[in-house]
Design a protein around this ligand. Structure first.
Ligand SMILES: Cc1cc2nc3c(=O)[nH]c(=O)nc-3n(C[C@H](O)[C@H](O)[C@H](O)COP(=O)(O)OP(=O)(O)OC[C@H]3O[C@@H](n4cnc5c(N)ncnc54)[C@H](O)[C@@H]3O)c2cc1C
Length: 378
């Protein structure tokens, strides 16, 4: 993955032999487009259900945001819990939160390598933010979800004890291996050029199938123009340092209303991202190349707030999808063509849940994992 204009993520790992590009026409029950965390979770579940499945990936597995993110495993959706309650209603917000907590446990059990569960911090950097933390605390406690006040070395705010961190590309590699072992056919370097009911095409092949699932977060509206106006793509950027003992950060942190985030890996390196809002109009883009402006802001946070002077070893960016409602997309955009994506910057757990949930619903007839995500008219 080196020499990539998008930069090299801290997470780079040996992905093993490439799965050959799709050649010719093949048949399957289901074709899954996009092999990030969501698509891989979907493929693996489809095999568990006994469906024949082909997965198509433009690059390598984890090529998009799934292998290039902040490595946070968070329960809940992108909006803070009390905001989700306000927007979606208490019942629905509670059901969604509970599903993501279960999925987080499942992720930790299924692919334990590289996962830590030390909780996550929401750190307040203003009195308004502290008041908002109190509202979140009240709403979460009222619904019985684990949360505590935090006042310690890393600042003041909230501690969510069940959250964690992971090595995102390692997880993609593990789920891909599990899916292949279970009999899935995966093709890398196979960008999809055409999607229609019952047929998916790449430049050198096609898949005839009963069901198509498009599991792409950022840029999904380019692949499925029906989603223009529903999903808007944005660039998110990060940097990472060499291992350092200058700080010892026990918990990953979300600060400044979630716009900035950082964690220290077990080897001491710091992965830090965010600052998107500081150049918001430039960051609504599908161009996933790091920029000086955001990288400067991240460096300022690293050097001046965290007090870390270790050399910066990695800089990278990737694209994610945002929706106005804060709810991800789960919808049938063409007959027999389903889309999942638009996780608003927090898709590691929700994407895995929806990939699995959509497989269970459309092939197994059980909609319990996706029901609270659906709009009334779905
Ligand atoms: C810098 C950054 C930090 C983030 N931090 C966090 C975090 O800490 N916690 C969290 O929960 N979320 C985080 N996110 C969001 C999270 O990474 C994503 O929501 C999640 O990874 C989406 O996974 P996915 O599998 O749905 O989609 P993607 O990762 O977008 O995967 C889609 C795959 O589809 C492939 N593809 C695209 N077009 C085609 C095509 N035409 N044909 C075939 N294949 C195609 C892509 O190459 C890609 O591999 C972050 C994102 C970024 C960019």
């Amino acid at each position: 993955m080196a020499l990539d204009a998008r930069g090299t993520p801290l997470w780079e790992v040996e992905l093993g032999p490439e799965r050959p590009p799709l050649e010719g026409t093949i048949d399957a029950d289901v074709c899954v487009v996009g092999l990030g965390g969501s698509g891989l979770s979907c493929v693996r579940e489809l095999r568990r259900l006994g469906a024949s499945v082909v997965g198509l990936e433009a690059g390598r597995v984890g090529w998009g945001a799934a292998g290039r993110n902040g490595g946070f495993l968070l329960a809940g959706l992108a909006p803070f819990y009390h905001d989700a309650v306000e927007r979606l209603g208490r019942e629905r917000a509670r059901a969604l939160y509970a599903l993501t907590m279960q999925e987080l446990d499942r992720i930790a059990t299924e692919t334990p390598a590289g996962i830590s569960r030390h909780g996550s911090l929401r750190i307040a950097e203003s009195s308004d933010e502290m008041t908002d933390c109190e509202r979140q605390l009240e709403a979460m406690q009222a619904d019985g979800f684990p949360v505590e006040r935090y006042d310690g070395e890393q600042g003041s705010g909230l501690l969510i004890p069940g959250d964690g961190t992971f090595q995102p590309l390692l997880r993609c590699r593990s789920v891909a291996a599990q899916a292949l072992d279970a009999g899935a056919r995966l093709h890398e370097r196979s960008p999809v050029t055409h999607i229609a009911t019952g047929c998916v095409r790449t430049e050198s092949g096609s898949v005839r199938c009963d069901l198509v699932i498009v599991a792409v977060d950022g840029r999904i509206e380019q692949l499925l123009p029906e989603l223009v106006g529903t999903v808007r793509s944005a660039r998110l950027q990060m940097l990472a340092t060499a291992p350092t003992t200058e700080v010892r950060l026990a918990h990953p942190v979300y600060a400044r209303w979630g716009f900035d985030y950082w964690q220290q890996r077990p080897d001491g390196s710091i992965a830090l991202g965010g600052a998107r809002d500081l150049a918001e109009s430039n960051e609504w883009t599908t161009d996933a190349v790091p920029t000086d402006e955001i990288q400067h802001a991240l460096e300022h946070r690293l050097r001046d707030t965290l007090g870390v002077h270790a050399p910066i070893t990695h800089r990278w960016a990737a694209t994610v999808g945002y929706t106005a409602s804060g709810l991800p997309v789960v919808s049938e955009v063409r007959p027999g063509v389903w889309a999942i994506g638009g996780y608003c910057g927090t898709g590691n757990v929700v994407g895995s849940l929806l990939g699995r949930g959509l497989a269970r619903w459309r092939v197994g007839g059980d909609d319990s994992l996706v029901r609270p995500f659906l709009h009334a008219d779905d």
